[in-house]
Ligand binder design. Structure first.
Ligand SMILES: *Cc1c(COP(=O)(O)O)cnc(C)c1O
Length: 380
């Protein structure tokens, strides 16, 4: 039996809520389940406003429109990230400036951001890899000194914190993903735009409603609605939100279950780290994490390829992760690497992600660990 890399989490009430949504006679955007989910996030995060979106990709696009990104603006981000982090800003005409990562957390190296700033820089985008926070105090300090905006790509970071603050609530804007590979999911796809600066709220609602002031109209604030700005259809359908509501109700259970699996992996492979075969993930003291991912690093690309092959042979679906954006065809066209790529390519080539999902059996985690040990025993 193959151990999958991921299975979307299901906790028991999602189908009930989907049926309820269908019977509500409101399956399009801004329906009752969307509002319930948004209310929960606003209470939980203590932020100014959240808007549910069709995906994190869409939420990032809304952020780029909100910040008035235009031709020639520069946006700073790590190269070790998902394409949407860059694409959302490239769509508005921005040039992407890639900054190297730190080898310990695989997050953007805050010490290398300042040298990447030019007169054209508008935004810094920290990506919280594996749900483990970037060094946000330093990043916010740089942004304040240079009058830049910060958009946290917290796609992987729900339920994680930095110095007690939820990821996504520290920058001016933040985004979450509810893709089926993430900790909590919506049916189809889903995402969230988190707004931490009051001045963006009204316009964000307009952008989400195709550039109209329809939201204000429904609240009785204007007596007719019209086209007032650019925008698109960034609403999630309520059936998707209904599934998400089932997940939100069980979010603490999902989180603690994933953390248990994470610690099985971690404790089970400490000896491999002591022997120098692997490097385990590092959680900085000021961070709490959500077990979004369990990754480890081996000593070379060659070992990684062999280990992945070995695990596949033993019916374990482990995978590598991002191929750095700056070396991809579109990355070359739309971006440039600031200073030297010391860690981005090197470290990403050594990284392996292990199977990790809600409800994963202890026996399976054990089998994965045993096989990794088996590999190093054989190749010693
Ligand atoms: C998953 C992910 C996204 C994209 O999320 P979607 O909801 O699939 O659009 C963006 N950035 C990062 C870092 C991600 O992990």
């Amino acid at each position: 039996m193959l151990i999958p890399f991921n299975t979307p989490s299901y906790t028991g009430n999602e189908d009930k809520y989907i049926l309820e949504s269908v019977r509500n006679n409101h399956i399009s955007g801004n329906g009752p389940f969307t509002k319930k989910c948004e209310q929960w996030f606003e209470n939980h995060l203590g932020c100014k406003k959240v808007l549910l979106a069709p995906s994190c990709t869409h939420a990032l696009e809304m952020a780029a429109i909100l910040l008035n990104i235009k031709e020639g603006d520069e946006v700073i981000m790590p190269s070790y990230t998902f394409v949407s982090t860059a694409n959302a800003f490239v769509l508005r005409g921005a040039k992407i400036v890639f900054v190297d990562i730190r080898p310990d957390t695989m997050n953007i190296d805050e010490a290398k951001i300042e040298q990447a700033i030019t007169t054209k820089t508008k935004v810094i985008i920290p990506v919280h890899y594996a749900g483990i926070s970037c060094e946000m105090d330093i990043i916010m300090d740089i942004a304040n000194r240079y009058k830049l905006y910060v958009v946290e790509d917290a796609a992987q970071g729900i339920m994680s914190t930095y110095k007690g603050k939820a990821l996504g609530t520290i920058g001016h804007l933040g985004t979450y993903s509810f893709h089926e590979t993430k900790n909590i999911t919506s049916a189809g796809e889903g995402g969230l735009l988190i707004i931490n600066d009051e001045k963006f709220v009204t316009r964000a609602e307009i952008i989400r409603e195709k550039g109209t002031n329809r939201s204000q109209f429904f609240r009785g604030m204007v007596d007719k609605y019209s086209w007032v700005d650019i925008g698109s259809s960034y609403l999630i359908n309520d059936v998707s939100a209904a599934y998400l509501w089932g997940q939100i109700e069980k979010v603490y259970e999902i989180n603690s279950n994933r953390l248990t699996t994470w610690h099985h992996y971690y404790d089970g492979m400490l000896d491999l780290e002591q022997k120098g075969f692997i490097v385990l993930p590092i959680i900085p003291d000021e961070c709490t994490q959500n077990a979004h991912m369990f990754y480890l690093k081996v000593n070379s690309l060659k070992v990684r390829t062999a280990l992945l092959e070995y695990l596949k042979l033993h019916e374990i679906n482990a995978v590598f992760h991002y191929v750095p954006l700056h070396s991809a065809p579109a990355g070359i066209r739309f971006g440039r690497f600031s200073a030297k790529d010391i860690f981005t390519t090197n470290e990403s080539e050594k990284l392996i992600r292990l199977p990790m999902y809600f409800g994963m059996d202890y026996d399976l985690t054990f089998k994965v660990i045993e096989n990794i040990k088996g590999f190093f025993d054989e190749t010693k």
